[in-house]
Design a protein around this ligand. Structure first.
Ligand SMILES: Nc1ncnc2c1ncn2[C@@H]1O[C@H](COP(=O)(O)OP(=O)(O)OP(=O)(O)O)[C@@H](O)[C@H]1O
Ligand SMILES: CC(=O)N[C@H]1[C@@H]2OC[C@@H](O2)[C@@H](O)[C@@H]1O[C@H](C)C(=O)O
Length: 360
C-alpha cells in the first residue's frame, strides 16, 4: 500500500528545552495531504532545569541511572499530555524524545523518552529512535528535517534555503534539480538562552531586547568563528554543548548586553558561513529564533535575497519540527529514507526509526 494515507502525530522536544511541540498531519510518506491541530506544552521550570543538568551529565551516565529514569518518565508524561492537548487521534506517533548527547564521531546519539510507556498512555503505536540507524551507518544522525523540508517546499521556486533557529541552528538547501544539502550551522538560541537565564533569570532574551542593547565584540566573535567546526564541509552536526567552553571563555569578560549581541552575531554569521552550491532565491526561517528581531536582522544583513519567517510560505514555524517527526514516522513505517548522503553524510539513502507497538 505505498500510497495509503496515514494519520500521524509528531512530537519534538528540541535542544532549547522549552517544552514539547505536537502536530498532526496526514501523509502517504511522500506528499502531505492534510495538516491538523498543533500545540505546545511548556515544561515546568523544574523539568527544564533537570533536562539542562542531564545535558552536562550525559557523557558519564548509564541508561539505568535513577535520575535519568526519573526525568525520562516526567518527560514522557508531558508528551502524553501534549498529545491530549492536540485533541485528535492518529494511526501512529512520531516520538523524537529529548537529545541529551550527540557524538556521531563516536557513533553515539542519545534521545531519552520511554516509547513503550507513551504507546501505552496514548494507545497508539509509536515510532522512535529516529537517529540511531543513521549514526550506526556512519552518518551524522542529524539534521533529519531536510527530507521533510523538501516535501514542504515541493512547489516552491528553487534554489531555496530553509533555516531552523532552535537551540542549535541548521539549514536545508534545496536545488532546482532536486538536490538536497544540509547541516547544522552552529549555535542557535541555546547560548543566548543560557545567558538570559544567568543574567536575567529568564528562559530567553525576549524579542532580543538584551542583545539589541549591546554591541558586537568583533574580536571575540572572530575567536568563536575560528572554531574548527566551521572549516569542516557539510554534512556535519552538533551537540547542544559543542561550543559551551569556548563561548564561556570568549564572553566571560563582556557586559551581558555585549555578550548577547556577540552571541546573536555568532549564530547568524555561522549560518551565513555555511557554503552553499548556489545562492538561494530566498531564505525561509523557522524555529523560535525567527521571533528574535536581532537574529532576523543579523541574518538579513548576511544575504542579498529576502530573509523571511516560514509563515511567508504559509508554513507554521512553531509546529514545523513536530510536523517533521509525524512525517518521518510514516516514512519509517513505509521503509522510506529518512536521511540521504547530502543530509547526514550517510553512504546511501537510509530509513530509520523503531516501531513500538501498544502493550497494555
Ligand atoms: N519572542 C522571542 N524572542 C526571542 N527569542 C525567542 C522568542 N520566542 C522564542 N524564542 C527563542 O526560541 C527558542 C525556542 O525555539 P525552538 O522551539 O525552535 O527550539 P527547539 O525546537 O527546542 O530547538 P531545536 O530546533 O534546536 O531542536 C527559545 O528558547 C528562545 O530562545
Ligand atoms: C541531535 C539532535 O537532536 N539534533 C537536533 C538539534 O536541533 C536542531 C539541530 O540540532 C538539528 O540537527 C536537530 O534537530 C532537527 C529537528 C533535525 O534533526 O533536523
Amino acid at each position: 500500500m505505498p500510497n495509503k494515507s496515514i494519520r500521524a502525530i509528531g512530537l519534538m522536544s528540541g535542544t532549547s528545552l522549552d517544552g514539547v511541540d505536537v502536530a498532526w498531519l496526514e501523509t502517504d510518506g511522500e506528499r502531505i495531504t492534510h495538516f491538523g491541530p498543533t500545540a505546545m506544552l511548556a515544561y515546568e521550570d523544574s523539568l527544564r532545569a533537570d533536562l539542562r543538568r542531564l545535558l552536562d551529565l550525559a557523557p558519564t551516565l548509564t541508561p539505568d541511572d535513577a535520575f535519568l529514569k526519573d526525568v525520562e518518565q516526567r518527560l514522557t508524561y508531558d508528551h502524553a499530555i501534549a498529545i491530549a492537548l492536540a485533541g485528535r487521534s492518529a494511526d501512529v506517533i512520531g516520538f523524537h524524545g529529548q537529545t541529551i548527547l550527540h557524538a556521531p564521531e563516536q557513533h553515539r546519539t542519545w534521545q531519552i523518552g520511554d516509547a513503550a510507556q507513551l504507546a501505552r498512555l496514548a494507545r497508539i503505536p509509536v515510532v522512535h529512535d529516529f537517529r540511531s540507524a543513521d549514526v550506526a551507518a556512519g552518518g551524522q544522525g542529524a539534521p533529519l528535517a531536510p527530507v521533510f523540508h523538501a516535501a514542504m517546499a515541493r512547489d516552491l521556486p528553487k534554489p531555496l534555503l530553509i533555516v531552523n533557529i532552535g537551540g542549535v541552528a541548521n539549514i536545508t538547501w534545496l536545488g532546482a534539480e532536486g538536490e538536497i544539502l544540509a547541516c547544522d550551522t552552529g549555535p542557535g538560541n541555546g547560548p543566548l538562552d543560557d545567558l538570559a537565564q544567568a543574567h536575567l533569570g529568564l528562559p530567553y532574551d525576549k524579542d532580543g531586547a538584551l542583545a539589541a542593547s549591546g554591541t558586537v565584540d568583533e574580536a571575540r566573535l572572530a575567536t568563536l568563528l575560528a572554531h574548527p567546526y566551521f572549516a569542516k564541509t557539510a554534512p556535519k552536526s552538533l551537540d547542544r554543548l559543542t561550543f559551551s567552553a569556548l563561548i564561556a571563555q570568549a564572553t566571560a569578560a563582556l557586559p551581558p548586553a555585549n555578550a548577547a549581541a556577540t552571541l546573536a552575531a555568532f549564530c547568524t554569521r555561522a549560518i551565513a558561513a555555511a557554503p552553499l552550491p548556489a545562492s538561494p532565491l530566498r531564505v525561509l526561517v523557522g524555529g523560535g529564533g525567527r521571533k528574535n528581531p536581532v537574529l532576523m536582522a543579523g541574518l538579513q544583513a548576511q544575504f542579498a535575497v529576502p530573509v523571511q519567517p516560514v509563515e511567508a510560505a504559509g508554513w507554521d514555524g512553531d509546529a514545523l519540527e513536530a510536523q517533521c517527526f509525524a512525517y518521518l514516522a510514516v516514512r519509517s513505517l513505509k521503509g522510506l529514507p529518512l536521511s540521504l548522503p547530502g543530509t547526514t553524510g550517510v553512504a546511501h539513502p537510509l530509513t530509520g526509526g523503531r516501531l513500538q507497538k501498544v502493550i497494555l
